[in-house]
Ligand binder design. Structure first.
Ligand code: ADP
Ligand code: MG
Length: 472
């Protein structure tokens, strides 16, 4: 051994990697300190011995193949492998030389453990998540789905992995879902609610979050998390129905009152008519027929409101809807000593809506306004078109107002400050407006009054023509 070699061995002893050298017959010629430590063998115990005899388990493992390759092909090899006899993971680099093979290696068991634990954590988060978790490629094909997803939609994992989301989404929600999906694939997280179809044909309501899968700063797919909200949706629909029935029930009392007045008048006129003739009789008849028309209008409105109807969106005249509602509430307004005034733009385009549901909203809001005005006053309903795109409707009262800290409770189910209140009016109104893609806001000043503002999207002229054609 010359001086240069001694220096080299000294250096090799100091490096943190394990190092050993093998000759052409696979015998150890040198083993550094760290290698003796990592392999649990002394230097004397190894030098001069054959690696495949000392570590026979390695023959069937990647070690044998890789060392053979390095020597036979004279190439550098790098690999990681678990070595069961030592219960350890090694990262190995082997360099061929004229005399044999130089091998550097590190124990990476700790890193592997952390990585595998991290992986297991994520896997557990995915697999045991009570929400459906899934991922898509950029074409919308499922790449992975968890157990909750399988349960939620009734399809097996294999069935889902052969699909895109398209056949799973209810037809009316498909366009919307595609839009959200594309936006997520463009890098922005999306939250939305949709109707999906269970394998057995049932409708499943889902609240979905879609977010981009970003690897090396590039979107390579979309992750999804979906929560089953079917129970909530069904309860909401039931509430909506019961609220409507309770509104109808409450209205009928005041309407009976409303009808009794013209009926008394009619009875009186009939008696007068018995005793009169000619022109006087005619003028009585005129009053009588106008009173009867009013009864017809009011009972007609009430029946229409109570009648269960298919929830169908149609182009409707909003002025007429509001007018009908104020007619219905006329007697209640009178009892509260309130004047209802409607101010609107000259031409209001038709609104795509479910008329009965919007009527329910206006009944709820106007009733609240009336009920807030103990000492009478005015309810001002303002209808305005903005930028040809949005319809603004505000309902302003001069009532007691709502304290600021209570404002955020308004719209929570069953929140009421009234002895006989249901606390459902504002919630159902909000839900209905949301289902019409609109918004509803409330501002209030104690002692001055409350303003509820609604905005509804207007359809453009082209769409109106298209829709009218569809409806014909
Ligand atoms: P309810 O009318 O049965 O109490 P709502 O959901 O219609 O239920 O209203 C909830 C609560 O919101 C009311 O009890 C009332 O305190 C408040 N509120 C709603 N509208 C008004 C208003 N215009 N003025 C004052 N308070 C209002
Ligand atoms: Mg109410």
């Amino acid at each position: 051994m010359n001086l240069v070699e001694i220096d080299a061995f000294e250096i090799l002893d100091r490096i943190t990697d394990g190092f050993f050298a093998l000759d052409m017959n696979w015998n150890f010629t040198y083993v550094n300190d760290n290698a003796t430590r990592l392999l649990f063998r002394s230097r004397d115990n190894l030098v001069g011995k054959n690696i495949w005899i000392e570590f026979p388990e390695a023959v069937d493992l990647i070690f044998y193949k890789q060392y053979q390759k390095a020597v036979n092909e004279q190439v550098f090899v790098h690999f990681e492998s678990y070595f069961p006899p030592l219960h350890a993971w090694f990262s190995v680099r082997a360099y061929p030389s004229d005399n044999g093979l130089s091998v550097y290696f590190q124990d990476i068991t700790a890193e592997k453990k952390t990585a595998s634990q991290n992986e297991q954590h994520y896997k557990s988060l995915f697999e045991h998540n009570p929400n459906a978790v899934f991922s898509f490629d950029l074409e919308g094909n499922y790449l992975s789905v968890n157990t909750a997803m399988v349960k939620m939609l009734g399809y097996s994992e294999q069935e889902l992995l052969l699909k895109t989301f398209i056949p799973l989404v209810a037809e009316e929600d498909l366009d919307k879902t595609m839009d959200y999906y594309k936006r997520a694939a463009n890098g922005t997280t999306q939250n939305y609610e949709i109707k999906c179809l269970h394998k057995n044909g049932d409708i499943v309501y889902l609240s979905v979050t879609n977010m981009p899968i970003i690897v090396d700063q590039e979107v390579i797919g979309v992750y999804g998390i979906a929560k089953n909200i079917t129970d909530r949706k069904l309860t909401e629909q039931k509430l909506l129905k019961s609220e409507k029935l309770s509104a109808v029930g409450q209205l009928s009392a005041s309407i009976a009152h409303e009808i009794r007045n013209p009926l008394t008048a009619l009875k009186g006129f009939l008696q007068l008519m018995k005793a009169s003739e000619g022109r006087i009789k005619d003028s009585y008849l005129e009053v009588m027929s106008s009173e009867m028309e009013r009864i017809e209008l009011i009972t007609g409105e009430l029946l229409l409101l109570a009648k269960p109807q298919a929830h169908q969106f149609k182009l409707e005249n909003i002025e007429e809807i509001i007018q009908n509602v104020t007619t219905l509430l006329g007697s209640q307004a009178l009892m509260h000593n309130v004047e209802i005034k409607i101010v609107n733009d000259e031409t209001i385009p038709p609104v795509r809506c479910i008329a009965n549901q919007l009527k329910q909203v206006f009944i709820n809001l106007i009733k609240n306004a009336l009920e807030s005005m103990q000492y009478g006053g005015k309810v001002l309903i303002n209808v305005q078109v903005k930028d040809d795109q949005t319809l603004f409707i505000s309902i302003a009262d001069e009532g007691e107002g709502i304290p600021e800290d209570l404002l955020r409770n308004i719209g929570l189910p069953f929140y009421t400050t009234k002895q006989k209140g249901t606390g459902l009016g504002m919630m159902t109104s909000l839900r209905i407006i949301e289902a019409h893609n609109g918004t509803m806001d409330i501002t209030s000043t104690v002692g001055k009054g409350t303003v509820v503002s609604i905005s509804l999207p207007l359809v453009s002229c082209d769409q109106v023509i298209e829709l009218t054609e569809c409806m014909n």
